[in-house]
Design a binder for this molecule. Structure first.
Ligand code: CUA
Length: 363
């Protein structure tokens, strides 16, 4: 066909047609590339250690997605590359039109039907996995209330009459748990990568997810929603232990003297440091600070075992009540809450200062 355009050599003749042999070679190359791609995709360790029943299902889903999507990617990339090389414009063809293309019913049905079937199958499979990981367990399930607050997580256990808050989450292995997640200030997101589960903590509503831990060890629990200056430091850990260790831990936690506003008894400073005061919303110091004596391991703020060397009780008091005046090197201003003076009673602050100063002296 002659287009009549000057310089045109007329139509893309048989020289540019793809022979059956070339198509077969392309097909073999595609299959090989897909096989290599799938092998690499499955061999790469994409995720951190998996530590829950839910993680296993989600990792399998991910592997299935790799197996299905690598050949499609390879097919598309191969056809694009081949076409760019084979059908590229040569010198003298600048003004030429391409050959006219008419529809091909078979081809169109095929390339609509195959993706439709693929996508429907994947949706069905993903839906089955989703309902599976969200299903309530047959037996008893422990409820842990998770509260996000700039910039720490607090965990509350309510087991019968025993109640306890802590910033260090322990869970027994192989026992189902449901997290009820809320926030008391801005939107946070409670994420334990080893569980592969994450949900937003939204002020005003309670969200939830379930996990059944399957491996003992300590795994990071982080905030996955930009929530302010201290977002990057809003990290703590989940410690998965045996049922017996967990029972002992919980018993120790609930045995602590309750912290009540204006109580006549002297507040238990160590408990206050680890659990905060849930009645007034005062976050536990230990959520952000490490202090070996109390067992707290927070890393949002300075490590109190190190940063208080050479200081005194007056400094500690000021650091609690007016944290922006003298910020430890390497830490930002405006991250520590400034409302401890309102959320802690005078007795509680006295007890904290006395306790932390006593620990500092002993070092
Ligand atoms: Cu809380 Cu980011």
């Amino acid at each position: 066909m002659d287009t009549g355009v000057p310089g045109s050599r007329g139509g893309h003749g048989s020289a540019r047609e793809v022979s059956r042999r070339t198509a077969a070679k392309l097909m073999i190359a595609g299959v090989l590339a897909s096989a290599i791609g799938i092998a690499i995709g499955l061999a790469i360790d994409w995720f951190p250690t998996s530590a829950s029943m839910q993680a296993r299902r989600i990792d399998t889903l991910f592997d299935v997605l790799i197996v299905v999507s690598v050949p499609i990617f390879t097919l598309v990339a191969a056809v694009v590359l081949f076409s760019a090389v084979r059908f590229r414009m040569r010198a003298g063809e600048e003004q030429a039109d391409g050959p006219p293309i008419r529809g091909d019913m078979r081809l169109e049905v095929l390339w609509t039907a195959i993706p439709a079937v693929l996508i429907l199958s994947l949706i069905t499979y993903a839906y089955i996995v989703l309902t599976d990981i969200e299903r309530a367990p047959a037996g008893r399930e422990r409820v842990v209330r998770v509260t996000g607050q700039q910039f720490a997580w607090t965990f509350r256990f309510e087991e019968g009459r025993a109640q306890a808050s802590t910033t260090q989450l322990h869970l027994p292995v192989n026992a189902p748990v449901k997290f009820l997640v809320r926030s008391i200030d801005v939107v946070h997101s409670f994420w334990v990568p080893a569980f592969r589960m994450k949900i937003d903590a939204v002020p005003g509503i309670t969200t939830s997810y379930r996990v059944t831990p399957t491996r003992t060890g300590t795994f990071p629990a982080v905030c996955a929603e930009l929530c302010g200056l201290g977002h990057a430091f809003m990290r703590s850990g989940v410690r998965i232990v045996s049922q017996r260790e967990f029972d002992a831990w919980l018993a120790r936690l609930t045995r602590r003297r309750p912290i009540t506003d204006g109580a006549k008894t002297k507040p238990d400073a160590r408990a206050l440091l680890v659990s905060g005061n849930p009645n007034t919303g005062a976050t536990a110091c230990g959520a952000c600070h490490t202090l070996a004596d109390s067992g707290s391991t927070g890393r949002t703020g300075p490590n109190l075992d190190e940063s208080l060397a050479g200081k005194d009780a007056a400094y500690i008091r000021r650091a609690i009540l007016d944290p922006n005046v003298d910020v430890a090197r390497g830490f930002g201003r405006g991250i520590m809450p400034r409302d401890y003076g309102e959320k802690l009673s005078a007795e509680e602050i006295d007890a904290l200062v006395e306790y932390i100063d006593a620990v500092r002296r002993r070092r």
